[in-house]
Design a protein around this ligand. Structure first.
Ligand SMILES: CCCC/C=C/CC(=O)SCCNC(=O)CCNC(=O)[C@H](O)C(C)(C)COP(=O)(O)OP(=O)(O)OC[C@H]1O[C@@H](n2cnc3c(N)ncnc32)[C@H](O)[C@@H]1OP(=O)(O)O
Length: 302
């Protein structure tokens, strides 16, 4: 694979991110009418992909400052880059990490779900679903190197991975805190958590919107290992090296057997889930809650 090649994305695709997904299936690196995006790395503006020194492993780094919120653009780039890694059979494992100091991801971009119109909410939610489905069902081994705060959608993204290494820094926390924003984690967020930490712990964590500091996250099983901050990525890579010893076909079939029933829950009613999201998020009371939450975040500095 040409890791240093100039990647060209068709201009229309930059204007309409979902066109890029369609284009990706057809071979989106066509040069006609394109613009140059990156000269040094495989990847894109907000998602860098670099091969690790170990063969077959890549590091995918999210770079959407200030907080790696999951904007429509970031979600789109994530899915495209994951698809490229999956199509390139030289890669078997990927470490997911962040370029934003102290933050893995702040979760869904609140500006995408606040003050927009129903068509935008529908488009955005489809992108969130796509991110989850692609990561959750990926044939690749995915290890999250959680090097910072990891609330809500950030936590969901890490829960799609096969293993989570977190920085042992009590300033960081991880969890599905939706109820604190006055919103409800959808059933597939809930299912992903239940599959990781069990029903009782999920019931409590989801109702209270718990954000677990690293030690508690390890105890409850939300993360698999804590290491000093400067060892998060190297530990994730050594975990991948162990997983690489397992024959791919057997591991992949096993992963699919474990996860497909959960993914099918969403696949069977994607459109209904989008409708539910749009009508829920469009309610005045929900929009008010989100606006208040955003205002509080913004006031923190002032
Ligand atoms: C059926 C409905 C289901 C919908 C499901 C939703 C799931 C979600 O993911 S909702 C999003 C939940 N996310 C959060 O609650 C996290 C909120 N953010 C934080 O707690 C903190 O920002 C942080 C711990 C991640 C980082 O703290 P830090 O002190 O370093 O930075 P801040 O000063 O707070 O933020 C900087 C900047 O970024 C803006 N921002 C933060 N989070 C988000 C976000 N999720 N979306 C959009 N923007 C965000 C924040 O307002 C600041 O902006 P300004 O610089 O303009 O003030």
């Amino acid at each position: 694979m040409a890791l240093t090649a100039v990647v060209r994305i068709p201009t229309r695709a930059l204007l309409r991110p979902w066109a890029r997904l369609r284009d990706s299936a057809l071979g989106w690196m066509e040069p006609v009418g394109g613009v140059e995006v990156s000269t040094q790395r495989f990847g894109s503006q907000r998602v860098l992909v670099e091969p690790a020194s170990a063969a077959g492993v890549a590091v995918m780094t999210f770079k959407n400052p200030p907080v790696n919120s999951l904007s429509l653009e970031l979600l789109t780039e994530l899915v495209i880059n994951l698809e490229k890694l999956e199509n390139d059979k030289t890669f078997r494992g990927v470490v997911l990490t962040s370029d934003c100091p102290g933050i893995f991801s702040a979760g869904l971009d609140l500006t995408e779900i606040c003050g927009r119109n129903p068509a935008h909410y529908a488009e955005y939610w489809k992108a969130v679903q796509e991110m989850w489905l692609r990561l959750y069902l990926s044939n690749l081994m995915l290890v999250a190197a959680i090097n910072g705060a990891c609330p809500a959608g950030g936590c969901l993204m890490s829960l799609t991975c096969d293993y989570r290494v977190m920085a042992d820094n009590p300033k960081y926390a991880i969890g599905l805190n939706e109820t604190l924003l006055g919103i409800v984690a959808p059933f597939w967020f809930k299912d992903t958590l239940v599959n990781t930490i069990g029903h009782r712990a999920s019931e409590r964590a989801l109702q209270l919107g718990l954000l677990f500091p690293p030690t508690e996250a390890l105890q409850v099983g939300m993360v698999d290992r804590l290491v000093p901050e400067d060892q998060v990525q190297s530990t994730a890579l050594s975990v991948l090296a162990q997983w690489m010893a397992i024959p791919d076909h057997a591991r992949q079939l096993t992963k699919n057997m474990m996860r497909k029933p959960t993914a099918d829950g969403l696949l069977k009613k994607r459109d209904e889930d989008i409708q539910n999201f749009v009508s829920f998020i469009s309610r005045d009371s929900i929009q008010k809650s989100l606006q208040m939450y955003l205002a509080k975040l913004r006031q923190k500095k002032g």
